[in-house]
Design a protein around this ligand. Structure first.
Ligand code: ISE
Length: 347
């Protein structure tokens, strides 16, 4: 591989175009060489908007096989992730697959098996919160140990508006997967037991139960609560509190900090706070850092340090799937199968 990585992006939705714009703004060692989307007019429009020499394809697999690209970002809809990732592995190309690796464990297992049979690591999964300065500061603080043991965590994850046409399980497999990934990454402990709960549902969204409450216990006994509200209307709001023996440690709770030119005004007995409309401004620094780390690592023939690997992503999908089973069983408390059992087909 040369010292310039020619990147192809599959999917021109919210994340595909966000990655494309980030590449077009400049990432050291990388150029955007191709864009694929089944709606090729959208790929053409994005390529024209960004300018330069960008090939377009209506078929992601054709782009993977074209020889035009050295590495691929997959930002197609979730059900296509596993198949397209498998095609990149078959072609020997480094791949950054947007989360989740797959909505179901069965699909994810096949990709992990393929990755492990290859003998070299090519797959990174885009759980970008691992690159967020706030979550990194939480992890560093926890590792320093000055606050005593971690006892509980409380997370909140709210979106302004639900994606249309998805059901309650997508709240878990598409949204909660971020917490399911990042909480074990923070604590260093696997989630071994889960329970789903819900109370009164919003009348503003018919197709899924909103909000939902997820309870997860890890192998150190730490209990994690995660509240998901995907149709919260007021703003994109992500919170995380670590309850330790001698301190509570939180992400900055006011996301106005995400835009450098925003301020919070306390005046006339009131306090203003601006919320982002979605995750792109909130996690802009994380997406840029993730992309830069992935490009640098791919050029060096390795995986980016600290990013989610194939096994990490499989574990997340297995926990998410167990939560969906709990939901379908009316909130049963369920053990999470081990990865070995999942990989060997025993679970
Ligand atoms: C979306 O797909 C994302 O990945 C966002 O980061 C997350 O906050 C949102 O809930 C998902 O729907």
């Amino acid at each position: 591989m040369s010292n310039q990585l020619r990147i192809g992006i599959i999917g021109t939705g919210v994340m595909g175009s966000d990655h494309a714009h980030n590449l077009a703004r400049g990432v050291r060692g990388a150029s955007l060489a191709a864009i694929a989307d089944a709606a090729v007019d959208r790929a053409d429009a994005l390529a024209a908007e960004l300018g330069g020499n960008i090939a377009t394809y209506s078929d992601g697999k054709e782009m993977i096989a074209s020889g035009d690209v050295d590495a691929v970002i997959i930002a197609a809809p979730d059900p296509f992730h596993a198949e397209l990732t498998g095609a990149c592995l078959d072609a020997g190309l480094p791949v950054l697959c947007e989360k989740p690796l797959a909505p179901t464990a069965a699909e994810a297992v096949d990709v992990v098996a393929k990755q492990e049979a290859l003998g070299r690591d090519l797959l990174t999964v885009g759980f970008m919160r691992r690159f967020d300065p706030g979550y990194r500061a939480l992890k560093a603080r926890l590792a320093a140990g000055a606050d005593g043991a971690l006892l509980m965590t409380h997370s909140v994850h709210r979106n302004v508006e639900a994606y249309p046409g998805q059901d309650s399980s997508a709240t878990i497999t598409n949204s909660a997967v971020h917490e399911i990934d990042v909480l074990p990454w923070l604590s260093g402990h696997d989630i071994i037991e889960v329970e789903w709960a819900a109370g009164r549902a919003s009348s503003l969204i018919a197709e899924r139960h909103d909000p939902q409450l997820l309870l997860m216990r890890d192998d150190a006994g730490v209990l994690h609560t995660v509240e998901l509200q995907v149709h919260a209307r007021y703003g994109y709001d992500v919170r995380c509190e670590l309850v330790c023996e001698t301190a509570s440690v939180e992400l900055p709770s006011v996301p106005a900090l995400v835009e450098a030119d925003e301020v919070i005004v306390s005046k006339d007995l009131a306090r203003s706070a601006a919320y982002p409309a979605d995750w792109r401004p909130r996690f802009a620094a994380a997406y840029r850092a993730e992309l830069a780390a992935w490009v640098e690592a791919s050029l060096a023939g390795r995986l980016p340090e600290g990013a989610a690997t194939a096994r990490d992503a499989l574990r997340t999908t297995v926990v998410a799937e167990t939560l969906v089973r709990s939901m379908n069983a009316g909130g049963a408390r369920l053990g999470v199968p081990s990865l070995d059992d999942v990989m060997s087909g025993k679970a």
